[in-house]
Design a protein around this ligand. Structure first.
Ligand SMILES: NC(=O)c1ccc[n+]([C@@H]2O[C@H](COP(=O)([O-])OP(=O)(O)OC[C@H]3O[C@@H](n4cnc5c(N)ncnc54)[C@H](O)[C@@H]3O)[C@@H](O)[C@H]2O)c1
Length: 278
């Protein structure tokens, strides 16, 4: 398990869900870890985000893999705070090779005000830009940058409601931004790619606002009510992919195995793109 041995990986949104899964997979394969998370809620986002306890648990999982970790409560919207925290972490761990801009919110719901658009776009696009631009000052030659997009970026019509619109716009802009970064950094062997997950089995998906988006006809839809709708998006029969399915791709893109793969957007979508004609 040494596919990223000797490297240092920086992951945002690392306290739980896909971010935690990426961190553990990268640590298991030999990387030391910089794990940042907001560890607080966003008012327009009507499901709870991760806590300080979640981030501490992520850090403990990295140590259990025998790797070093710097974990900190950092908001990706705060460029100045991000710069200070990343500089301190890189100083401690000695280098930076891998960046996974994963933090995200999805403030769905017809009752979410326009501030939901602002919050979604600020976290999901500005936060990705802040993360990557901050990391560019530290990342070494041959490094790898990975941004988490979403299948939602590729769906015709996109999402409705202010928060959903902000989410969709942010996720649509990520691949174009990442391709530009990839082009600019290619001469140094630094690669930049986007991953587009479909429904992924995390708290973001398993949340009342998400259930309501799939079953607006019901007052309080449950998982049983939405499972069929989730599955109908996919050609391969499953309602969702697991965080580990995304982490497997992150590990490949982070490792030197993909050293000539850059500027690409990879869907991990159980064939949803086949149904959508993508
Ligand atoms: N779950 C899905 O169905 C799905 C599908 C496609 C894309 N995605 C994307 O995957 C990424 C990971 O989400 P997830 O599914 O693991 O959900 P999640 O809610 O479990 O994880 C998101 C993490 O980001 C953190 N975060 C939120 N705002 C932050 C901020 N301002 N600064 C730092 N950290 C912040 C949260 O605390 C949380 O730990 C997101 O970018 C999301 O948009 C998710």
């Amino acid at each position: 398990m040494t596919r990223v041995a000797g490297k240092v990986a920086f992951v945002t949104g690392a306290a739980r869900g896909q971010g935690r899964s990426h961190v553990v997979e990268l640590a298991r394969n030999g990387a030391d870890i910089i794990a940042f998370d907001l560890c607080a809620d966003v008012e327009t986002n009507h499901y709870a985000l991760a806590t300080a306890e979640d981030l501490a648990e992520t850090a403990a999982l990295v140590r259990a893999e025998g790797r070093r970790v710097v974990a900190a409560k950092v908001d990706v919207r705060d460029r100045v705070g991000l710069e200070a925290a990343l500089a301190a972490a890189v100083d401690e761990l000695g280098r930076l090779d891998i960046v996974v801009a994963n933090a995200g919110i999805c403030p769905l719901g017809d009752d979410v005000p326009v501030q939901g658009f602002v919050d979604a776009f600020d976290v999901d696009f500005v936060g990705v830009v802040n993360t990557i631009h901050t990391a560019i000052a530290h990342i070494g030659d041959g490094g790898s940058i990975i941004a988490t997009g979403s299948l939602a970026a590729l769906m015709p019509g996109g999402l409705t409601s202010p928060g959903g619109t902000g989410y969709g716009l942010a996720k649509r802009m990520i691949p174009e931004y990442v391709r530009t970064v990839a082009h600019l950094l290619a001469a140094r062997g630094i690669r930049a790619n986007t991953i587009h997950p479909s429904n992924c089995n995390t708290d973001m998906l398993q949340s009342p606002p998400m259930y309501k988006m799939f079953r607006d006809d019901l007052e309080n839809p449950t998982l049983d009510d939405v499972k069929e709708g989730f599955a109908s998006m996919h050609a391969i029969p499953t309602p969702w992919v697991e965080p580990s399915d995304i982490s497997n791709a992150v590990l490949y893109l982070a490792s030197d195995e993909s050293r000539y793969l850059t500027g690409q957007a990879l869907r991990i979508d159980a064939g949803a793109g086949l149904i959508l004609g993508l």
